[in-house]
Design a protein around this ligand. Structure first.
Ligand code: HEM
Length: 160
C-alpha cells in the first residue's frame, strides 16, 4: 500500500514533467510553425498567443506538481536539501531544482515583461522595437526548450 502511494507520487512527478517538457516541445515544434504557415501574420500571432496563454495555466499547474512531488521524493530517499551537494544523485537533483527555478523566472519575464513590449511596439507601428523584443522572446524560448530537455536528461540519469 505504501509502495502504491510512492508510485502515485512518482507518477504525478513524471506526469507534471511530461506536461511541462511536452508543452514546450509542442508549442515550439507544432503550434508556432503551423500558425506561421497560416499565411495571415496577425492571425498567426493571435493563435500563438492564445496557445501560450492556455499552456500558461497547464504549465503553472505542472510546475507546482513537479516541485511538490520532487521535494516529497527527496524526503522519501531520506535526504534533505542540505544533503544534496554530498552525492552525485543529490547534485543532479540540485541541478534540476536550479534549472526549474531558472525556467520559472524566464517564463514569467517572457509573459509579463517581454511579450507585452512586442505587442505595444506593434500597436504603435514601431517595427524596429518590435523586432528587437521579438529577438529577446526567441532567446527566452530557446533557453526554455534547452533547459527543459537538459532537466529531462538529468532526471533520467538519476536512477540506474
Ligand atoms: C522540469 C523539471 C523536472 C523534470 C522534467 C523531472 C523529471 C523527472 C523524471 C522523468 C523522473 C523519473 C526518473 C526515473 O525514475 O528514471 C524524476 C524523478 C525525480 N525527480 Fe524530477 N523532474 C523535474 C524537476 C524536479 C525537481 C524540481 C525536483 C526536486 C525538487 C525533482 C526531484 C526528483 C526526485 C527526487 C526524483 C526521484 C528519483 C528517484 O526515484 O530516486 N525533480 N524527475
Amino acid at each position: 500500500m505504501r509502495d502504491d502511494v510512492w508510485t502515485l507520487v512518482r507518477f504525478l512527478h513524471v506526469l507534471g514533467a511530461a506536461c511541462w517538457v511536452g508543452g514546450m516541445v509542442i508549442i515550439g515544434a507544432v503550434v508556432v510553425p503551423a500558425a506561421r504557415r497560416a499565411g495571415d501574420r496577425a492571425a498567426g500571432r493571435r493563435v500563438i498567443t492564445a496557445a501560450a496563454r492556455r499552456f500558461g495555466v497547464l504549465g503553472a499547474l505542472a510546475f507546482a506538481v513537479i516541485l511538490a512531488t520532487g521535494f516529497a521524493l527527496i524526503d522519501h530517499r531520506d535526504l534533505s536539501l542540505a544533503d544534496l551537494p554530498d552525492s552525485d544523485y543529490g547534485q543532479r537533483v540540485l541541478a534540476k531544482i536550479a534549472l526549474l527555478a531558472a525556467m520559472g523566472v524566464v517564463t514569467v519575464a517572457h509573459a509579463l515583461w517581454q511579450a507585452p513590449r512586442v505587442r505595444r511596439a506593434e500597436e504603435a507601428g514601431d517595427e524596429a522595437t518590435a523586432r528587437r523584443w521579438r529577438l529577446v522572446g526567441a532567446a527566452a524560448d530557446s533557453f526554455l526548450l534547452l533547459a527543459a530537455l537538459a532537466t529531462l536528461w538529468l532526471a533520467v540519469s538519476l536512477v540506474y
